[in-house]
Design a protein around this ligand. Structure first.
Ligand code: ACO
Length: 272
């Protein structure tokens, strides 16, 4: 049963009404919502693999929800909500080509589906990050350069390939949920499904660069562990000025990983 239908039943139940609980009604409402992990539109929520033909719709979702909201984009002033950012769009479009990304679609009305969340995953090979860093110099978007300079250099310094001796990784690159649908467990479900995709495709290692406190919590709750961190206050230029003044409560970049062992893979493959 959906949250919208269930919550009023509980709140108006004779055993509940008029009882002096001392807890504000609004707080109880939030607690019920969290407890049942339900949301408006959940009855109609579907999770699907993203195909290249969905690219334009996915990019439109990201322009409205990720481009201006993600902590580093926001700190760099990368773009206004809804506007395009060619460099970031190219980065996202490239990930979609790997065919390992997942979207949450609200299919409220027949034929009128809305993308309300996406996780863009790609395959990362040794040498890819160094190549991306060298290509960054040719990019004319200074704000984009600031963000990806931090990410690429951090990944090269804390090298997961060397540490785990793997020749490819499942790279969780972009996690985004529509601002009207946040706090309803959609990002959690997208990460859970990404782990399943990685397992199904035989990956031994997943990684994610989580830029904010909430995404960090989500990855950790799915068994990701912190490999390295970069406090934003210590990422400074030669004059000691903070390069990306990220707003609280986000204080650091975390490079997270999740290792999948062979036995675990066989077991999960059977259950898929
Ligand atoms: N305040 C408090 N807690 C929060 C918040 C918030 N604003 N957002 C998420 N959480 C917590 C929830 O409490 C929940 O914890 P629980 O499982 O213990 O209840 C957990 O995070 C998961 O919450 P979801 O509802 O699954 O997350 P949601 O669907 O709201 O999406 C996301 C979270 C993706 C961070 C969303 O806010 C967003 O799109 N933000 C802008 C883009 C962004 O920052 N993306 C991540 C960058 S890192 C990367 O892309 C790899």
């Amino acid at each position: 049963m959906g949250f919208k239908r269930l919550a009023p039943r509980i709140l108006n139940h004779p055993g509940f009404r008029g009882r002096a609980t001392g807890i504000p009604r609004s707080k109880i409402f939030i607690t019920i919502r969290r407890r049942f992990g339900d949301c408006s539109g959940c009855d109609t929520m579907e999770y699907q693999m993203i195909a290249p033909e969905h690219s334009e719709q996915v990019l439109e979702h990201l322009r409205r929800n990720f481009f201006a909201d993600e902590p580093l984009n926001k700190a760099a002033g990368l773009c206004q909500n809804g506007s395009s950012c060619p460099a970031l769009e190219a980065h996202c479009a490239e990930a979609i080509q790997h065919r390992m990304s997942v979207m949450a679609v609200d299919a409220k009305e027949k034929g009128a589906c809305k993308i309300v969340g996406v996780v863009l995953n790609g395959i990362l090979k040794p040498g890819d990050t160094a190549k991306a860093l060298s290509k960054l110099d040719c990019n004319d978007d200074a704000d984009f350069r600031k963000i990806f300079d931090l990410l690429h250099r951090h990944n090269l310094k804390h090298n997961l390939f060397e540490h785990f001796d793997v020749d490819c990784m499942f790279d969780v690159r972009i996690l985004s949920v529509d601002s009207c649908y946040r706090g309803q467990g959609i990002a959690n479900e997208l990460v859970k499904r990404s782990v399943a995709v990685a397992r199904k495709n035989g990956f031994r290692l997943l990684k994610a660069d989580a830029t904010g406190i909430f995404s960090q919590k989500i990855f950790r709750s799915h068994g990701f562990e912190v490999f390295s961190e970069q406090p934003y206050s210590k990422y400074t230029d030669e004059d000691g000025k903070v390069i990306l003044p990220v707003e609280a409560p986000h204080i650091k970049l975390q490079q997270l990983y999740k290792a999948i062992c062979a036995g675990d893979q066989d077991e999960k493959k059977q259950s898929l």
